[in-house]
Design a protein around this ligand. Structure first.
Ligand code: SF4
Length: 477
């Protein structure tokens, strides 16, 4: 049986803001995880439309499509195309879970929630010729989950081919996050067995890992044992975690020892009132400076995430946030315009208050204003968001931010990482087009090399480097 798995490209792929490198960083794993449930005599293929063209002229026996909010229209278009040819189509993913009735109009079957247990049940029914129209995830465990079909991933199309997920969900409940809606009806945070996670890491070639977990440090016992087991594996890795977990015990030191070199941290806002409204309790009352200093001492670079347009935000929020990030030595910043995703608490509240402006899902991309704002008008919000990106990634600010680190190696790493990420778009595009992206991995690994914890007094020269960006920078992450 030929089973065709498709991850349609997000609408941004057609936008002038599209940054191919952002979508070629690492392979998504959801579809390869499902493919593991097929039989040896099946013929699965995976097409990630962000990095390759999807061939629509074929006639597979079954099409499985993963749907996010901003790829929903493209996903429905592909689904309708195959169904018109009489081919069975199943849809799953975040958007299907949020809006099952909408998705069901374009599918023979939809799956709600995580797919580890719905997919094997569906495949079994499909083989028997009586698949159900809806499968809903109830069982939540990663025990006994078969190894991901990494052989189906076209590794050469990605900068870091070793993406990995060892947990599902997150222990927190931020009101703007998809997580609660996706995991409704069961556990919303669970982990692999530590030995299984270590065995998966062991199977991965090379050095560099990209953990896609929402919160890699979310379960202290699990994370601690994982990092303990990773010691001596000679890995470098990137991941995501919350402020409170950075401050808790010595987990972050263990992570650094195991190879953590860069961390995505959801600061979201500098305003405690906004944290309260967003139910971001894990950040409330936490000392951001202390968390940053702790990461800095360990030589871990920070990718800070910030949201604009929260109800307490006034027009000064953009400058305050950018200045703060630069002054704290944040290596890269990801800015978002607040986006009420359907299915979230935030969407419900805004809908009840009549604040949702439209339901054009491809504009729910955190770059557009899709709700009625309060202290900021929509135009100020959009312009402020664009300004923040330009401002943070000015060469002078990259330099200033890199100077905040105590160690010269950390300063240089910061400068190379932030500059490389935002300032050389045409070069990245050329490398991607010439299919040489994976050859850049050693460069990234060198930038992520360990910083000696011993404090140094040297620093890079006071003078701002005169090197100009080779090209005009793009302004979106
Ligand atoms: S901490 Fe992050 S992943 Fe967890 S609920 Fe909040 S936004 Fe979602």
């Amino acid at each position: 049986m030929h089973v065709k798995f498709i991850l349609p490209s997000l609408t941004e792929a057609k936008s002038p803001y599209w940054r191919p490198i952002k979508y070629s960083l690492f392979p998504p794993l959801g579809l390869a995880t499902l493919a593991a449930y097929l039989r040896d005599d099946d013929i699965p293929t995976i097409t990630d439309e962000h990095v390759e063209e999807v061939n629509l002229d074929d006639e597979p026996d079954l099409v499985i499509i993963q749907v996010y909010i901003t790829n929903a229209y493209r996903a429905y278009e592909i689904a309708d195309h195959y169904r018109a040819k009489g081919i069975y189509v199943a849809l799953g993913g975040l958007h299907v879970t949020s809006l099952p009735f909408e998705a069901a109009q374009h599918a023979d079957t939809i799956a709600i929630g995580p797919g580890e247990h719905t997919f094997p049940e569906f495949i079994q029914d499909f083989r028997k010729g009586n698949p159900k129209p809806v499968y809903r995830s109830g069982v939540r465990t990663l025990v006994g989950v078969p190894p991901i079909r990494r052989d189906l991933i076209k590794r050469h199309l990605y900068l870091v081919p070793n993406s990995i997920v060892v947990t599902r969900g997150c222990p927190f409940h931020c009101s703007f996050c998809y997580k609660d809606a996706f995991f409704e009806g069961g556990k919303s945070f669970y982990t692999q067995v530590v030995d299984d996670a270590l065995a998966e890491i062991d199977r991965l070639p090379g050095k560099h890992l990209y953990f896609l977990d929402d919160h890699l440090l979310g379960n202290t016992k699990f994370a601690s044992a994982l990092f303990e087991g990773m010691k001596g594996m000679n890995r470098v890795f990137q991941g995501a975690a919350t402020i409170d977990s950075i401050l808790r015990g010595n987990l972050i030191e263990k992570a650094a020892e195991a190879g953590l070199r860069s961390l995505f941290v959801g600061f979201e806002t500098l305003n405690p009132e906004s944290l309260k409204h967003g139910n971001k309790k894990q950040n409330l009352g936490k000392d951001y400076d202390k968390a940053i200093a702790r990461l800095d001492d360990l030589g871990i670079m920070i990718n800070g995430s910030f949201v604009f347009g929260l109800d307490d935000d006034a027009p000064d929020v953009f400058k305050r946030t950018v200045d703060w990030g630069v002054s704290k030595g944040i290596t890269t910043s990801t800015y978002h315009i607040l986006t009420p995703y359907p299915g979230t608490q935030l969407f419900k509240e805004m809908e009840q208050a009549g604040r949702i402006l439209h339901r054009q899902w491809d504009l729910y991309d955190t770059r557009h204003v899709v709700y009625r704002t309060q202290k900021l008008d929509a135009q100020t919000l959009k312009e402020g968001y664009d300004w923040a990106y330009k401002e943070f990634y000015k060469w002078s600010n990259i330099y200033k931010a890199s100077r905040q680190h105590q160690q010269i190696k950390h300063q240089l790493k910061h400068f190379a990482y932030a500059g490389g990420w935002k300032k050389f778009e045409p070069l990245w595009n050329f490398i991607i087009k010439s299919r040489n992206l994976n050859n850049m991995l050693p460069v990234l690994e060198a930038i992520l090399s360990k910083v000696n914890y011993k404090k140094e007094t040297n620093s890079i020269p006071e003078k701002i480097p005169t090197a100009k960006p080779a090209t005009s920078p793009k302004i979106n992450a």
